[in-house]
Design a protein around this ligand. Sequence first.
Ligand code: FPP
Length: 248
Amino acid sequence: MELDPTRLPRHVAVIMDGNGRWAERRGLSRLHGHRVGKQSVRAIVETTRRLGIPYLTLYAFSTENWGRPPREVEGLMSLLRRYLASELGKMMKNEIRLLAVGNLRRLPPAVRDALRSTIEATRHNTKMTVILAVSYSGREDIACALRRIARKVQRGELNPNAITPDTVTEHLSTAGIPDPDLLIRTSGEMRLSNFYLWQIAYSELYVTETLWPDFREREYLEALDYYQRRQRRYGRTASQVERLRAAN
Ligand code: FPP
């Protein structure tokens, strides 16, 4: 597959879905599915780095996922902690910076500490940023931004009439990170599941039937190829876009 290296997305965000179904279809435990899903995480991080895409967000755990059976939650948390420990060397070698968005206070202390220390250790890496969305809720992210803005208004630091969409963007947990150009969701569900709600206003959406544990480099390259065949119009007409492209 020939990808145009000049037209790659700057930020890919992924809703990694289908680990449970992958395992159940094989008569295995759901946790087994998550473990194989971790291999897909590795593959996608590696390919993203190799292609030179600077930002990758992985939706690893939503606020709603806290409602899963305790054993599955514990298993996922332990998987996350071990993933961070095992990948640190590779992140340093490949100059990958790790960030996390979500309510990290709810995480078990061992996971929170592993996350914090990996973020700290990788903070000067500049080749690529991996953002883990853990205990994340898109609505809570927006509500939190609104609370920060309201406090600034209350302190007299911000005029309510000066609040624009950019003001909201700058107060989200993703401040400073470009909006995703491409949102991938595996396992066929046409849902956003309270992921980045504000951030994906103009993202191209790619939904594949492939379950996350089967989503590896080949499937990822197909998603990127789909992205390159889309024409991003941002509300303009196709001919306006063509004219703008020709002028640049
Ligand atoms: C969705 O599958 C997946 C999750 C809730 C967790 C994603 C976690 C991983 C891929 C493993 C490790 C992650 C990292 C970052 C190391 P599901 O259980 O909802 O599947 P189902 O819809 O088929 O039940």
